[in-house]
Design a protein. Structure first.
Length: 422
């Protein structure tokens, strides 16, 4: 009997202890649930890094309105420094939720790990593929073509900005369409530069400008890493550059040098080649010249690529789902998505009331989107240095082109072999 009493007391004690432990566990579970509830209702910050500061305000405002409690923070890096900062962040996995690249630098990141594949679940980029040409879609892929690591948005052509009043004063076509037709002939382009130079007015700031124009019409390599900046077009471009050098048609100072803007203010620079954002840049330098500038297509009947922003989600993002919702709404949203915007019919007063965005949209239809690779910038540097090293030699243009091809293939052989490995 005594043993039964002792056992009963011991059993009740165990039940009591278990009950207390259960109560503690239940309390802990409720505390965790409460914590999760608080976290879900807590303000959320979505961090976006970009190499340009303007143009995000409206999209961010619309996104924050449709996502109460979410704040989108933009951190701006200069064009010169952003690649270094992005590479460091990806290496340390201390990244923002979104990264915006310039297409001219995206090749550096195409063969690296660290960016989400937006063509696979939980992302839905494949649903929007109809918005892209094949070449624009390819621009957002990893180098091996197996992942879609970025969304190219708002592609821009390379265009000509010029002083219409000065063209008219010197008897050259001032109407955008007429000037575009006139400059198809390289001889007319050289004639303009020659006559303007006589009065210390300049339309060429670098002898390489014809070469840069032809370069803008294609990438450096094809997908097999064969050099495509070769052939008759580039022979013509080198010949034009030689004419420019021989006739001293390059301005003694360019607009980016010290006092360069002063030369622009003095009506001495009359032509630039920039992306569709160029009028904003020029108006920032010389707002007093509003109404005197116009835009038209490139000389020599060429249609060139300038750039496109490419937006990506790093693997280390802490808000991947929300980051994708931002990409989706910014790119494809019905009310303000980049790909769903109607043609901008507004008149650009700095360009004399010209509907410049209509022009740029028409030009863009004729532009070949370049194939990107991780070694484009290295190859381009070799291209330029080989040319410069042979300017004053007795080599023919064809021989110089052969030297360029040889130098690129030799100096980048290991990189090409690595990238083309299975």
């Amino acid at each position: 009997m005594f043993r039964r009493v002792i056992f009963s007391i011991f059993f009740i004690f165990l039940i009591g202890c278990g009950a207390d432990e259960n109560k503690e566990q239940i309390s802990e579970i409720k505390a965790d649930e409460k914590s999760e509830l608080i976290d879900k209702n807590a303000p959320i910050e979505l961090e976006l890094w970009s190499y340009y500061s303007g143009g995000w305000e409206y999209a961010i405002d619309q996104f924050e309105q449709s996502h109460p409690g979410v704040t989108v923070k933009v951190q701006f890096f200069t064009f010169e420094e952003y690649q270094k900062e992005y590479l460091k962040a990806l290496a340390t996995k201390e990244t923002p939720d979104l990264m915006v690249f310039d297409s001219n630098h995206f090749g550096h990141f195409m063969a690296l790990d660290g960016l989400e594949d937006l063509a696979k679940e939980p992302y839905t980029l494949e649903h929007y593929r109809e918005h892209f040409s094949e070449s624009l879609w390819n621009m957002g892929q990893s180098f091996d073509g197996k992942k879609m690591i970025g969304v190219p948005i708002g592609p821009s052509p390379l265009v000509t900005f010029y002083r219409a009043d000065i063209m008219e004063e010197y008897g050259f076509p001032s109407d955008p369409e007429e000037l575009g037709d006139y400059m198809e002939d390289p001889n007319n382009w050289i004639k303009m530069a020659t006559e303007l130079r006589e009065d210390d007015k300049w339309m060429i700031q670098d002898a390489m400008e014809p070469i840069q124009i032809y370069k803008s019409t294609r990438g450096v390599f094809n997908q097999e890493l064969e050099l495509v900046r070769t052939g008759e077009d580039f022979k013509k471009a080198i010949d034009l550059a030689r004419v420019i050098r021989e006739n001293d048609l390059v301005a003694p100072i360019n607009v980016w040098e010290k006092n360069g803007v002063e030369v622009l203010k003095n009506d001495q620079f009359v032509m630039f080649y920039r992306g569709n954002w160029g009028s904003g840049e020029i108006s920032g330098w010389v707002p007093e010249q509003s109404g005197k500038w116009r835009a038209t297509r490139l000389p020599f009947n060429q249609f060139g690529w300038s750039n496109a922003p490419i937006i990506s989600i790093p693997n280390a993002s802490k808000q991947k789902e929300l980051a994708w919702e931002f990409v989706e709404s910014y790119s494809f949203g019905e009310s303000y998505g980049v790909f769903n915007r109607s043609t901008d019919l507004r008149k650009n007063e700095f360009l004399g009331g010209q509907q410049d965005m209509v022009l740029f949209e028409e030009i863009m239809k004729k532009v070949e989107v370049p194939n990107l690779t991780p070694i484009d910038e290295k190859a381009d540097a070799i291209w330029n240095s080989t040319l410069w090293n042979n300017w004053d030699t007795k080599l023919s243009t064809e021989q110089i082109m052969d030297e360029i091809t040889k130098s690129i293939n030799e100096q980048l052989s290991k990189e090409k072999e690595y990238l083309l490995r299975d």
